[in-house]
Design a protein around this ligand. Structure first.
Ligand SMILES: NC(=O)c1ccc[n+]([C@@H]2O[C@H](COP(=O)([O-])OP(=O)(O)OC[C@H]3O[C@@H](n4cnc5c(N)ncnc54)[C@H](OP(=O)(O)O)[C@@H]3O)[C@@H](O)[C@H]2O)c1
Length: 295
């Protein structure tokens, strides 16, 4: 039995789909308020709970061989990086160990080890990585760059308006990963000998400048782009103003700032290692967009 947390998320639902297509038994950890009908239709066992409650985590781990932690704090979460990205994972690791879980896959983030002081999610991921490595569990830590699926709503808006809002330096590089490839890598990590007790950066096959993304949208959707480039200092000004009446939001925006201000890409050697290890050809952003946008 696989336990998938974050099963209703962009990544989690793809992991559940893939495992069910392979006929694997899956327990999907979901909140009562989230949209999980699709997972149920695919034959996943639905476990309704909240990762903020330790007893739910304890119950969810019973009878489980593999855990894939794919949850995260977002706008819809009631918890923040400390409770969701850090504390819930620590509890999950402890309960997985107590339940005799064979392998634990943790979805971290590229750059978790860079020590971004002002970015709560990065700090939480780094602390969880170290805790998992010291836990005695078999593990795989995946450090992905940005997900291609995050760009789908932006591409839809681009399709309607031709507008692309780019915050920060258009020269900054990233290697956007196909969320479907990442789901496969996460699912395969539990059985692949070479992935055991490894920390693996995961990106797409190309290193893209952020300014190239609207050009790819333009190519795929056959529409001239209007790029609105907001400098980072404008974002900082806005964040400072928000902080005057909502200090908690100001703190959590630190993670977004780290994402906007820095480069997140994998080297060709890292990509080659990944493709060899998982025996797959990583998908380009353009191919991912064409599949999902039907063009
Ligand atoms: N997106 C990226 O570009 C990116 C890049 C690098 C790493 N990552 C990491 O990859 C993982 C997956 O990201 P994603 O974009 O797929 O996430 P996502 O779409 O934001 O989904 C987050 C998931 O966590 C669940 N969750 C949040 N709070 C919960 C709680 N209290 N109890 C139970 N479930 C809760 C959400 O459930 P609800 O449906 O109920 O809200 C949702 O299923 C995360 O760990 C993220 O940090 C993401």
């Amino acid at each position: 039995m696989f336990l998938i947390t974050g099963a209703t998320g962009g990544l989690g639902r793809r992991i559940v789909r893939l495992l069910r297509e392979r006929g694997e038994p899956v327990r999907a950890f979901v909140r009562l308020t989230s949209r999980y009908a699709e997972l149920e239709h695919r034959g996943a066992e639905i476990f309704i709970g909240d990762l903020l409650r330790d007893r739910d985590i304890h119950k969810a781990c019973q009878g489980v061989q593999y855990v894939i932690s794919a949850h995260g704090s977002n706008e819809a979460s009631e918890g923040d990086a400390e409770s969701i990205d850090y504390q819930a994972n620590i509890e999950l690791i402890d309960q997985a160990k107590a339940a005799g879980v064979k392998h634990f896959v943790f979805i971290s983030v590229l750059g978790a080890d860079r020590g971004y002081e002002d970015a709560p999610v990065f700090k939480a991921k780094w602390a969880v990585e170290r805790y998992l490595q010291a836990s005695g569990l078999n593990y795989t830590i995946l450090r992905p760059s940005g997900f291609a699926s995050n760009l789908l709503p932006l591409a839809e808006r681009f399709r309607q308006t031709g507008i692309y809002l780019l915050i920060g330096d258009p020269q900054n590089r990233s290697s956007i990963v196909s969320t479907d490839d990442l789901a496969r890598i996460a699912a395969d990590s539990v059985t692949l000998e070479g992935a055991r007790n490894q920390v693996l950066p995961v990106g797409g096959p190309e290193i893209l400048k952020r300014g190239e993304i609207p050009r790819i949208f333009s190519q795929v959707l056959n529409r001239e782009p209007t790029i609105l480039n907001l400098p980072l200092f404008a974002f900082d000004g806005l964040r400072g103003a928000i902080g005057l009446f909502n200090p908690k939001l100001r703190t959590s925006l630190g993670t977004l700032r780290a994402l906007l201000a820095n480069e997140f890409f994998c080297t060709p050697t890292e990509i080659q290692r990944l493709e060899t290890l998982f025996d797959l050809k990583l998908e380009t952003l353009e191919s991912f967009l064409r599949r999902y946008l039907g063009v």
